[in-house]
Design a protein around this ligand. Sequence first.
Ligand SMILES: NC(=O)c1ccc[n+]([C@@H]2O[C@H](COP(=O)([O-])OP(=O)(O)OC[C@H]3O[C@@H](n4cnc5c(N)ncnc54)[C@H](O)[C@@H]3O)[C@@H](O)[C@H]2O)c1
Length: 330
Amino acid sequence: MIRVGVIGLGPIGNRHARLYKADPLAELVGVCDILHDRADAAAAEYGVPAFYSVPEMLQALSPDVCSVATGGHEYGSDHYEPTMQALQAGCHVLGEKPISNEIDKAEEMVACAREMGVCYGIDLNHRFTPAAEMAKKWQNEGRLGHLLFCNMSMWIMNPRETSPWFQIKALHPHTVDVMRHFCGDVEAVQCFATKAPGRKIWSTAHFSMRFRNGVVGGLTGSYDIERGHPMERCEVAGTKGRFVIDDMWREATLYPAGDLEKRVYTNPVFGGMRDFEDTFRNRIHRFLEQVSEGCPPEEVDGSGADGLAAQKVLQAAIDSLQNETVVYIQ
Ligand SMILES: NC(=O)c1ccc[n+]([C@@H]2O[C@H](COP(=O)([O-])OP(=O)(O)OC[C@H]3O[C@@H](n4cnc5c(N)ncnc54)[C@H](O)[C@@H]3O)[C@@H](O)[C@H]2O)c1
C-alpha cells in the first residue's frame, strides 16, 4: 500500500483525495491546506488527519507519495514550495499542471526530483485514456508510417482575467503534452492570439509548430466557449495513415491511407470511461502503479520533465506573441 498525502484541498485536491481513497494501490493518510476550513472539511470527509503546514504533515506522516494540487497565480505559482518540500523529504510527487508558471522554478523542481531519485509526475491526465492508448498502439505498430502533421484543438469556458497569459499557460500544458506524446519534442513555435468581446486576456490562441523530427503541427485553443459539445480533438497523420481522437476518450478513428475501411475504437457502455473524472482516476492509478513497481524516475509517464518541456513551448509561444516572431526552443 502506498501511503499518500494530498496538499491543496480546492476542488482538484479533493478530487485527488477521493480517487486515492478509491484506488486499491493507495492509502490516503493525510490532507493539508493552509486554509484551515478546507483542510478540516477534507479531513472529515475522508477520515484522515488535517494539517495546515506541509513540513508538519511530512514530519508527522512520512508519506510515500504527495499530490500537490495547489494553484495560485496563473494556476501554477503555489506549486513550487510544497513540491520542493515534499521532494526534499524523499516523497514521490504527483503535481498539478502547469508544473509552474515560471520556467526557472520548474527547472529547479525537476532537478530536485532527479537529485533525490524520486518519481515526479504531472497530472497531464488528458492522454491517460484507452482511446489515446489505442492511438499510440496504432502508431507503434507503424500504421501511420512516416509522421507528417498534427492538428490539436481544445476549447472550454474560463472567465478568469488574472493574467494576459492565463489561457496559454494554464490550458495548454494538456494539449502540448498530447502533441508531444505522439510527435516528440517541439523545436519552434509561432503564436497568434485574440480576445473574445469583453475580455482583457489572450483568451483564444493558435500556435504553429515544428517538431524536432520534422513533423509540422497546429494547435488552437480557447477559454471562450461554453462546455457542452465536444471540446478536444487530436489528429495525427503520416504517410500510411491518420488517426483522430475525439474528446480524449470517446472515440479514436484510424484512417489507413489508400484503404476506404476505417478502424474505430468507441468508448464502451459497459466498463468504459464515464466522465472527465476518470481521466484523473487513470492518471493517478498509473502513477501509483509506476511508484509501486519501482519505476526508474526518468521513465515516469507524464513526468515533471514532460511538464517542463510543455511549459517551455508555451513560454516560447508567449515570446512569439509579444514579438511577432518564430521562437526556437533550446
Ligand atoms: N488536470 C486537470 O485537468 C486540471 C483541471 C483543473 C485544474 N487543474 C489544476 O489544479 C490545481 C488546483 O486547482 P483548484 O481549482 O483546486 O485550486 P484552488 O485555488 O481552489 O485550491 C488550491 C488550494 O491550495 C492551497 N494551498 C496553496 N498553497 C499551499 C501550501 N503551501 N500548502 C498547503 N496548501 C496550499 C490553497 O489554500 C487552496 O485551498 C491548479 O494548478 C489547476 O491548474 C487541473
